[in-house]
Design a binder for this molecule. Structure first.
Ligand code: SF4
Length: 93
């Protein structure tokens, strides 16, 4: 990946989004802790001491949406999802 793309991704952390808020979620029952999502999307995913993902509590910015979609598609057990922010709130599924 080029340095120009890297700096663009870093800038997206502070750029406001004009789209409805999308959040990344993980199904902790399905997740096997391969850690691929953290490698593909370090802006939104950290790993705990056992290699399981910790998703940052922030909306997926427009600049990161493509990367987030690739991380979702790459998860070998289909544990990652992109959802509208309201759908991920407690009690709403
Ligand atoms: S890529 Fe999927 S299985 Fe691997 S740590 Fe991330 S959510 Fe879990």
């Amino acid at each position: 990946m080029s340095a120009a793309l890297d700096s663009g991704r870093a800038a997206s952390l502070v750029a406001p989004s004009t789209s409805p808020e999308i959040v990344l979620t993980v199904d902790r029952i399905r997740c096997d802790g391969f850690g691929m999502c953290a490698e593909l999307l370090p802006e939104l995913v950290d790993l705990d001491d056992w290699g399981y993902p910790i998703i940052r509590a922030m909306a997926v910015t427009d600049d990161l949406l493509g990367h987030a979609r690739r991380a979702v598609e790459a998860c070998p057990v289909l544990a990652l999802r992109l959802r509208a922010a309201a759908a991920s709130m407690p009690g709403r599924g």
